[in-house]
Design a protein around this ligand. Structure first.
Ligand code: ATP
Length: 120
């Protein structure tokens, strides 16, 4: 099997593993699906879609990086250690920052057309 295809398979199994094992990944995926469905019902521009999809991608990729950090820390430091705590907390904080901004982006882009859609 070509090396590229092999790497692609490992990367895909990483995505499946993250979605299956992480509750937060499931929540982010469902939220992303809801945003896409609502967006499809509204007259959004290509730029709106690009920004929305970028925000979704940022949250999901950061959640996956957070999962990778957690696994690495658990492997390297099974016991309690302040550096292990710092690594996990900072990685989780990165997800939180991205999620907060994604919510703001979602409200800015979907809010006004959704309001018109509901009102009309
Ligand atoms: N080895 C450790 N040393 C010190 N503190 C730790 C350690 N492992 C975890 N913690 C603390 O416990 C918190 C929760 O860690 P845990 O590994 O349970 O992640 P989690 O909350 O289950 O994440 P997720 O829900 O995304 O899987 C961390 O954010 C960190 O503050």
């Amino acid at each position: 099997m070509p090396k590229f295809i092999r790497s692609l398979r490992f990367a895909c199994s990483g995505i499946v593993l993250a979605v299956r094992s992480q509750r937060h990944m499931k929540i982010h995926s469902v939220a992303a699906g809801i945003v896409v469905i609502i967006g499809a019902m509204l007259p959004l521009s290509r730029l709106d879609w690009a920004v929305l999809l970028l925000a979704i991608a940022l949250v999901i990729t950061l959640e996956m990086v957070n999962t990778a950090v957690e696994s690495t820390v658990d492997l390297a430091s099974p016991g309690i250690h302040p550096l292990a705590k710092a690594a996990k907390d900072v990685a989780a904080g990165a997800v939180l920052v991205a999620t907060c901004f994604a919510v703001i982006i979602g409200l800015l882009i979907l809010g006004p057309p959704l309001w018109h859609f509901i009102r009309d």
